[in-house]
Write a protein that binds this ligand. Structure first.
Ligand SMILES: Cc1cc2nc3c(=O)[nH]c(=O)nc-3n(C[C@H](O)[C@H](O)[C@H](O)COP(=O)(O)OP(=O)(O)OC[C@H]3O[C@@H](n4cnc5c(N)ncnc54)[C@H](O)[C@@H]3O)c2cc1C
Length: 562
């Protein structure tokens, strides 16, 4: 046995990575009087969770009850079973884990509310398969209220910024681009501008979305006395007699051994920015298309594997379609193509000019669809095909609606244009007859308001993704007004979605099913409880928080055998 002298420092619990579950676990442990250290290897706290929308998918959450939106454990279990049940090659989505998720997630939210974290819900954001049994068309989202980051005092510059840089709630931000067509959106714009001015006058700096969530968590964690260190990587797990008892980090460049009496929780993200791991597990995908934060490099997953951890669902990623306009290649956040081909007057085709999916599906399903198609017909990149009605009304690769686009987009062959569909086909190297046929068939579906091939528009989610002002269908609109345009679309991501296998207590499991004592993991360092699907907005961060909460409870309540 090692003695205390072998360690440089000692805590009850150590968390590696400051992701979604980290501060949630830490708050629970502090509430139970335990000491906690969080090690973050980058110079900023919050992970991709802070950069994100900050949405958590929490069925039957207290805010749905507050707003009179019907939900229940049974309804949610039916839904999750329908979208993620019976996936025999997805062991992390076992029935017992799905059951634990659905019971613990709302309790986790209530715990955070009791800790003073101000949360609410988005009023309407359908589940991504809302037409399945138990699906919710109103949605099961939980988000944080705007946060004045100046309240963090000396820590205010240590919080990783969100992708959303205006002081607006996500729901408000999603409505802003409609300002040309809606008085409500114009009013909202004034409200947000007024808020920005008021903040300026009163010395406040509001952050939103994921930064609001992680900012509020950081504030609560600091107040509760959690020790949080940046520039402090988890390097090697310290394992004795098959049990994790601590972690080696670096302090002033030197190894620093920290003992963790009740356990170590790994919340160190996935491997989006590790091309070697991507080539092994997700061939054909690229870290250059990822929106994950730079620390997402997978070494803690490999470190757990070194100690015998089983991995699962490693082929999965939370795909997020992107279109890399010239000059955006180096951006932290790649231009989104999420709403693009779900809007009216647009479709997605493969390199043979054929449409092959419901463009109104979840971003994960969309990118999975592209990669699957590519196995038989070249489809990476695919082409978004749209007409002048589209370009006049909707945003394109981060630019406002309208035909004036950077000349560079044409010069470098990114944005292709032609007066006819056949001409556009030649521009993108596709058989003109094929593309003309695809567009004609789609226009026929538009005329009948029914997509007979892929059923786009039949779910509330597809319609929500489209244009709420477009009638009769929010998502189906003709492609018949020249000039016609095309841009390439790639299967990017916002994170990987497979990792170490954990049990219903968030304990890391070996291949033989035994647990590695003292070792817990959460977030996208683990294989997702959602299996190979993305049930609704917040299906990554909801589980990250929830399994952190579950791990903390287990560590405190079972310290005898942990
Ligand atoms: C723009 C955008 C919007 C998104 N919106 C949503 C959304 O609304 N809802 C949702 O569910 N998902 C969303 N996602 C995806 C989601 O943000 C991520 O999948 C999720 O945040 C991952 O959380 P995590 O807790 O696993 O890890 P993270 O939050 O990424 O945290 C991991 C942390 O560990 C650190 N780390 C890594 N290795 C080490 C090490 N060796 N030692 C110490 N620290 C280490 C990393 O630097 C990082 O800070 C979005 C993503 C993006 C990019």
């Amino acid at each position: 046995m090692h003695g205390m002298s072998d360690f440089d420092e000692e805590f009850d619990f150590v968390v590696v990575g400051s992701g979604g579950g980290s501060m949630c676990a830490a708050l629970y442990l502090r509430a139970r009087g335990k000491s906690v250290l969080i090690l973050e290897k980058t110079d900023l706290v919050g992970g991709t969770t802070a950069r994100s929308g900050g949405v958590m998918w929490i069925p039957d959450n207290p805010f749905m009850r507050r707003d009179g939106v019907a939900d229940s454990y049974e309804k949610a279990a039916t839904y999750l079973d329908s979208v993620a049940g019976g996936q025999h090659d997805a062991p992390a989505a076992s029935e017992v884990r799905r059951h634990t998720y659905l019971t613990q997630a709302p309790q986790m939210v209530q715990f955070l509310v009791d800790q003073g974290i101000r949360l609410t819900r988005v009023s309407y954001w359908p589940d991504y398969y809302d037409d399945r049994p138990g699906g919710s068309s109103e949605g099961r989202t939980v988000v944080a209220e705007l946060f004045n980051v100046n309240e963090l005092g000396p820590w205010k510059d240590k919080l990783r910024p969100s992708f959303l840089t205006v002081p607006a709630m996500l729901e408000e931000a999603m409505a802003l681009p409609d300002f040309r067509r809606s008085w409500k959106s114009r009013g909202l714009m004034l409200k947000v501008a007024g808020r920005a001015i008021a903040a300026l006058l009163t010395g406040k700096r509001f952050v939103s979305a994921g930064a609001a969530l992680q900012g509020r968590m950081l504030q609560a964690a600091l107040r509760a006395g959690v020790d949080i260190r940046t520039d402090s990587p988890g390097v090697e797990l310290i394992v004795e007699d098959g049990a994790a008892v601590g972690i080696t980090t670096l302090r002033d460049g030197q190894p620093w051994r920290v003992r963790a009496r009740l356990g170590v929780l790994v919340n160190a993200g996935g491997f989006s920015h590790n091309q070697r791991m991507r080539d092994t597990y997700q061939p054909g995908t690229s870290s250059a298309w990822s929106n994950a934060t730079p620390g997402d490099t997978g070494e803690m997953i490999e470190e757990m594997m070194r100690h015998g951890a089983a991995v699962a669902q490693m082929e999965e990623m939370v795909g997020y379609q992107t279109t890399l306009a010239p000059g955006s290649e180096q951006d932290d956040i790649k231009p989104s193509a999420q709403r693009m081909t779900a809007a009216p007057h647009a479709i997605l085709v493969d390199q043979s000019g054929v449409r092959y999916m419901n463009e109104g599906g979840s971003y994960m399903a969309y990118c999975k669809g592209m990669l699957l198609r590519d196995k038989t017909v070249p489809a990476v990149p695919s082409w978004a095909i749209f007409d002048s009605q589209y370009i006049d009304k909707y945003m394109l690769a981060g630019t406002m609606p309208g035909r004036k686009k950077p000349q560079r987009w044409y010069d470098e062959g990114y944005l292709r244009r032609s007066d006819s569909v056949a001409g556009l086909a030649r521009e993108i190297g596709v058989d003109p007859a094929a593309l003309v046929g695809t567009v004609a068939r789609f226009n026929g579906f538009v005329a009948n308001n029914a997509d007979e091939d892929f059923h786009r528009g039949e779910r509330s989610y597809d319609r929500w993704l489209g244009d709420r002002f477009h009638k009769p269908s929010e998502t189906l609109g003709s492609i018949d007004t020249g000039p016609y345009y095309a841009v390439p679309v790639l299967p990017g991501d916002v994170g990987t979605y497979g990792g170490v296998l954990t049990d219903e207590h968030a304990r890391v499991v070996r291949e033989d099913g035994s647990v590695i004592k003292g070792l817990y993991a959460t977030g996208i360092s683990t294989a997702s409880v959602m299996g190979r699907t993305y049930p609704g907005a917040g299906s990554s961060i909801g589980p990250s928080f929830t399994w952190g909460y579950v791990a903390a409870q287990h560590a405190v309540n079972n310290s005898g055998d942990a």
